[in-house]
Design a protein around this ligand. Structure first.
Ligand code: IPE
Ligand code: IPE
Ligand code: MG
Length: 240
């Protein structure tokens, strides 16, 4: 579809202004590990490596905004040892991967209800957000994120401001993603066909792409397939 002329040999896909924001529901880590006779946590570790690779790739093909669903407001229901392993991975990543990303073009933001996290972790997140704020590629990491919680949070903020009349733009302006346009394309790996409470407001006219590939196996070539599918569609926004 859209190939960079200078990179004909590797046929790398390249996007234009129609595809600025891509979001990923990174699903399938647990099944990936279980297929290998390993504990689910093993899948999360591999999933974290995939996240890094896919982030770099999306930036390299011209995506401006990327959002990844790392942990939902419902994921606390999981066994405590799995939740602990995910939180540890996240904590390690904050110190390692995100710090590394400072040298890339990435502006990291954490979206979700962050109040539940220990202050030390929140401070680390704030520091990374601050130190990368001038970078051009915005990466939203959704953690303790739920689309419904986000909408309620936005409404509470509006009430707090004393508003008694609100419009759609007011809600959009108070979402965690207020700094970026709505996603153009939402990719869900792992074979399930649902949103699982991800970007409920922002996805009103997003294109969805579902794949059976489990997140740890997801590769740049799979991004290319999703991008090609996106460009093969006609977005009508209710028109004709
Ligand atoms: C997604 O993978 C990662 C998180 C929800 C944290 P899962 O852990 O849901 O993996 P599956 O869907 O059980 O295979
Ligand atoms: C969605 O995956 C959440 C993340 C990828 C972080 P889940 O595995 O939690 O979703 P369900 O439970 O299958 O709907
Ligand atoms: Mg899952």
């Amino acid at each position: 579809m859209f190939f960079k002329k200078s990179q004909k040999a590797e046929k790398k896909v390249c996007v234009d202004e129609r595809l600025q924001h891509i979001a990923f529901i990174m699903d399938g880590n647990g099944r990936w590990a279980q297929k290998r006779g390993m504990p689910r946590e093993f899948g999360h570790t591999h999933g974290a490596a995939t996240f890094k690779k896919i982030g770099r790739y999306c930036e390299s093909i011209g995506i401006k905004y990327m959002t990844v669903y790392a942990f939902s407001t419902e994921n606390w229901k999981r066994p405590q040892n799995e939740v602990d392993a995910i939180m540890k991975l996240f904590d390690d990543y904050i110190g390692d991967c995100f710090a590394e990303m400072k040298d890339d073009n990435v502006h990291v933001r954490f979206i979700g209800n962050l109040d539940v996290f220990p202050q030390s972790l929140r401070e680390k997140m704030e520091r990374i957000e601050r130190e990368t704020a001038h970078k051009p590629f915005l990466l939203n990491v959704a953690i303790n994120y739920g689309g419904r919680e986000e909408i309620v949070h936005a409404c509470k903020a509006l009430l707090h401001e004393g508003k008694n009349e609100i419009c759609e733009a007011d809600i959009s302006a108070h979402l965690y993603t207020k700094e970026c346009p709505d996603p153009d394309l939402i990719v869900r790996t792992g074979g399930d066909l649902r949103t699982s409470n991800f970007l409920l407001w922002q996805s009103a006219y997003a294109e969805y792409y579902f794949t059976d590939v489990l997140w740890p196996d997801f590769s740049p070539a799979d991004v290319d397939l999703a991008v090609d599918a996106f460009y093969s569609r006609k977005r009508r926004y209710g028109g004709v």
